[in-house]
Design a protein around this ligand. Structure first.
Ligand code: GTP
Ligand code: MG
Length: 202
């Protein structure tokens, strides 16, 4: 599938105010700085559609990007960022959970995991929460360019082993790099397949 158009539509912190059309949407979630916004830009071939930063905590709202006038990519704030105030952190969590629990158009969450790190409790817990809430998700490993192939394979294998402690099978996963564009075609193709599956059902 070719991405012909990608437009920023709106940012907000209230699921009620998100776009009303019944178009499928794909949300990107994960720790601050894992590369959610960068991955969205990579998928749509645009440098600065989603705002990125070397400092964690850049994305603070629910951001809707309309793709091919037919589906949405949704950039979300990161979780597990310690430097925001406790109060702000609470607000993040509430509107993020409201979004996940109430948004009917959400067909899939992509949980982003930095391939360099060992499995982190905050990610494992978040996936557990998605599972309990019956929200379909897949895993996207990010920053693959930062590891040599052997180390990458070792880390992914360790991640799979960790997941299998709690899950009957490993969720679908992708290995990506926003720097060298690895994984782009696979992720876009996967979205296209799901778009076809959910057509007319929203
Ligand atoms: P928040 O909005 O703060 O939650 O962060 P985010 O998850 O949206 O991360 P963002 O896309 O802003 O990227 C964070 C930093 O990681 C930036 O400095 C990016 O340039 C860098 N980065 C993101 N993806 C990659 C990647 O695949 N490879 C490399 N080398 N750097 C990356
Ligand atoms: Mg971001």
């Amino acid at each position: 599938m070719k991405i012909k158009s990608a437009e920023f539509v709106m940012s907000n912190s209230d699921v009620e105010k998100c776009p009303k059309e019944r178009l499928p949407e794909y949300a990107f979630i994960g720790r601050s700085n894992v590369g959610k916004s960068s991955l969205i830009n990579m998928l749509v071939d645009r440098k600065n559609l989603a705002k990125t930063s070397g400092r964690p905590g850049k994305t603070q709202l629910i951001n809707h990007f309309l793709i091919n006038k037919n589906w949405y990519l949704v950039d979300l704030p990161g979780y597990g960022y310690a430097r925001v105030s406790k109060r702000a952190k609470k607000t993040f969590q509430k509107f993020i959970t409201d979004y996940f629990e109430q948004r009917k158009q959400l067909v899939l969450a992509f949980v982003l995991i930095d391939c360099r790190h060992e499995p982190q409790p905050v990610d494992i817990d978040f996936m557990h929460y998605l599972g309990e809430s019956n929200i379909p998700f897949q895993i996207i490993f990010t920053k693959a360019d930062k590891l040599k192939p052997n180390a990458l394979t070792r880390n992914i294998d360790a991640y799979i082993a960790k997941m299998l402690e709690n899950w009957e099978e490993m969720p679908e996963y992708f290995i990506t790099s926003a720097s060298n564009r690895e994984g782009k075609e696979a992720v876009v193709k996967n979205i296209h397949t799901i778009n076809e599956e959910v057509k007319g059902s929203l």
